[in-house]
Design a protein around this ligand. Structure first.
Ligand code: ADP
Ligand code: MG
Length: 626
């Protein structure tokens, strides 16, 4: 079989994505490859396809047990013989697996780097032909990366010890020059082919919501209500936040798990599994969670707090939408987050580092924090901001982020904010927004005269502003915690924590929404096929297929997304296959999966069509009437 046939037969895909063919061709030609592609771009296929075409065995070195298990399950589902050898197996199991491998049972074997030093494993490799060594998550080789793994340094010794030099492929999503150089040097690659694809993840929608403190809970609760059954990750800065948000969501009836470093190993393992198997499709976690999560159907990543750096943010947010379907990356920002960020940096320890280096690292960390702050406060295209930071050339605004969908005019109202506080002090927090705004504006209203507002010092001090602007300012101050709005029928405004406002360099601005001048047609064009293209009947079918997938996953003890990705289910809804050949046309349905699950999915689709005769389930992609 050639590579395209393998892609279709085993993986069920019609075409390669950007960069994939280049990499595969390089490896097949015996050339070492360094591939740098963003999360979800499809790096695994780039070594799995050639592995099936090369004569011998491919060893894949992977840093995490969960990653290996995930990949091996996926491969087995696709009908490819693969195995992993790591510390989750007993010695007896390992011996057995190696004996099977020596007989040529597996084309692809995943191992942890530590395994390369074991005598039993060396004996095994001396008996077989190793055609290719793949280093997955290759940034673990670099001390510059966030996940440095000393045992990755041993890989090169292992490769040099092999009687026939295999072709070597290194894969990572970390793009910095330092990391790339380290990979090339440490692995001693010989004039490798370097393939770097764009970092843009078109299916991700970025947005920043300015929301203060406790109101974030309400935002999250509301989001859960509006997106039931979707899988997502909510990242919090602290364990305390994780615990409290978890409790809130649990009370609300959301099927949720939590994860942080304060939990025991078993608890964390259970949470992670509940999430992966969709028993708890939502997880609240600190940034300790995520490395090694290849779950493809994550539909949203919400950051409850501003992360420490764009590097962290892009990695964490990037866990959304690995299947290529649209997904949301929402950052909930409040001014307090900047303080939390600085506080965490102050607490950070730099053990065993020179004083000079510590100063350098501190400055770097503060710079990174500022980059995030600007991301949160900025009003221009968020995607371009990210890409520019990572050194990519950017074009026109993306038309697929929160800022592009609003047109803003930013107005500095820092001085006006102080007047609002003065007014609240003067009125001793007795009035609601209407009276406060009217007073500041100096409005000529009976109600204001009645309460004697026209004799206040703050009466009319903002007469040069408009009432809507003052209202926006008050809302902004509520979000930032400077003003507190009480609940209840007669809601009044009180002074909140204004220490931030008194500080030098304090800034309060409003973003005035202008009429969106994006032509409607351009908004439509961008939409990839996703549930958006489904009608309500189509969505019902999608739900039914999801239920079926969940049932099968439970029977098989398999994560649902490994049975079929969301993208595949959506494609089924669009194509409505009636027989097996048509099922093979669906993206992500290969021959093995067709054999295993085809009948049940075809049955579900035909039952649905019988119950809903003539139902229009999807709107064609080129249909302009959406
Ligand atoms: P990475 O390791 O780069 O983060 P993965 O290898 O886990 O990404 O792939 C992400 C998803 O993309 C998987 O669900 C995979 O099946 C899918 N995928 C990979 N290549 C293709 C392709 N050519 N067409 C469609 N889907 C693909
Ligand atoms: Mg990967």
């Amino acid at each position: 079989m050639n590579k395209t046939e393998i892609l279709k037969t085993f993986f069920g895909y019609d075409s390669f994505r950007e960069g994939q063919e280049d990499i595969i061709d390089g490896l097949l030609a015996g050339r070492d490859v360094v591939a740098i592609m963003p999360t979800g771009a499809g790096k695994s296929l780039c070594y799995q396809v050639p592995a099936l075409m090369l004569p011998g065995i491919t060893l894949v070195i992977s840093p995490l047990i969960s990653l290996m298990q995930d990949q091996v399950k996926s491969l087995n589902e696709a009908g490819i013989h693969a195995a992993y050898i790591n510390s989750s197996l007993t010695e007896v199991q390992i011996t057995k697996a190696l004996a099977l491998a020596a007989k040529g049972t597996y084309k692809i074997i995943y191992v942890a780097p530590e395994r390369l030093e074991s005598a039993g494993f060396m004996r095994f490799v001396s008996q077989v032909e190793i055609s290719m060594v793949t280093v997955d998550e290759a940034h673990c080789i670099s001390q510059w990366g966030q996940d440095f793994r000393p045992s990755y340094l041993k890989i090169v010794e292992f490769i040099e010890g092999l009687s026939v030099k295999p072709v070597v492929g290194a894969f990572t999503a970390t793009a910095t020059k330092e990391v790339r150089n380290d990979i090339e040097c440490v692995l001693k690659l010989r004039s490798p082919k370097i393939v770097i694809t764009g970092f843009d993840r078109e299916n991700l929608y970025y947005s920043v919501e300015h929301i203060a403190g406790k109101r974030k809970d309400a935002f999250v609760a509301d989001y859960m209500e509006k997106h039931p059954k979707e899988s997502g990750i909510i990242y919090c800065a602290t364990r305390k936040n994780v615990d409290s948000l978890y409790e809130t969501l649990l009370r609300q009836g959301v099927p949720v798990a939590k994860y942080h470093a304060g939990m025991s190993n078993e608890e964390r393992k259970r949470s992670q599994d509940d999430f992966i198997y969709d028993r708890a499709p939502v997880i609240v976690a600190t940034n300790a969670f995520g490395m090694g999560i290849d779950k493809s159907n994550v539909r949203f990543v919400i950051h409850y707090n501003m992360p420490q750096s764009m590097e962290n943010y892009y990695q964490e947010a990037g866990r959304a939408g690995r299947d290529g379907e649209s997904a949301k990356c929402i950052l909930l920002f409040s001014a307090q987050d900047i303080m939390i960020g600085k506080f965490l940096l102050e607490k950070k320890e730099f053990e065993g580092t020179d004083d000079e280096d510590i100063e350098f690292l501190r400055q770097r960390d503060l710079y990174r924090l500022r980059i995030m702050e600007e991301y949160c406060k900025g009003t221009s295209c968020l995607r371009n901001y990210i890409l520019k930071y990572f050194g990519e050339k950017v074009g026109a605004p993306c038309d697929n982020c929160g800022n592009c969908h609003h047109q803003y005019e930013e107005v500095d109202m820092t001085e006006d904010a102080k007047q609002v506080i003065n007014c609240l002090a003067e009125t001793r927090g007795r009035y609601g927004a209407a009276i406060v705004a009217g007073t500041l504006l100096g409005a000529d209203r009976a109600r204001l005269k009645e309460i004697g507002a026209d004799s206040y010092r703050s009466y009319g001090v903002l007469s040069h502003r408009t009432e809507p602007d003052i209202r926006l300012l008050i809302e902004q101050m509520i979000r930032e915690g400077y003003v507190i709005q009480t609940d209840g029928d007669y809601s009044v405004l009180r002074i909140g924590d204004i220490s931030g406002l008194k500080r030098e360099g304090a800034y309060v601005g409003i973003r005035k929404a202008e009429k969106s001048n994006i032509p409607v047609s351009s908004q439509k064009k961008k939409k990839a096929r996703s549930t958006d293209a489904l009608t309500s009947a189509g969505y019902k079918l999608f739900e039914r297929l999801r239920e079926l997938r969940l049932a099968i996953a439970r029977e098989e003890g398999m994560p649902p997304y490994i049975v079929f990705s969301d993208k595949t289910l959506i494609d089924m809804c669009a194509k409505l296959p009636k027989k097996e050949e048509e099922m093979l046309e669906v993206s992500g349905v290969g021959e093995n999966k067709l054999r295993k699950y085809g009948e049940r999915f075809l049955g579900e689709i035909s039952a649905f069509l019988e119950e809903n005769p003539g139902a229009l389930v999807s709107v064609g992609e080129d249909d302009e009437s959406i």
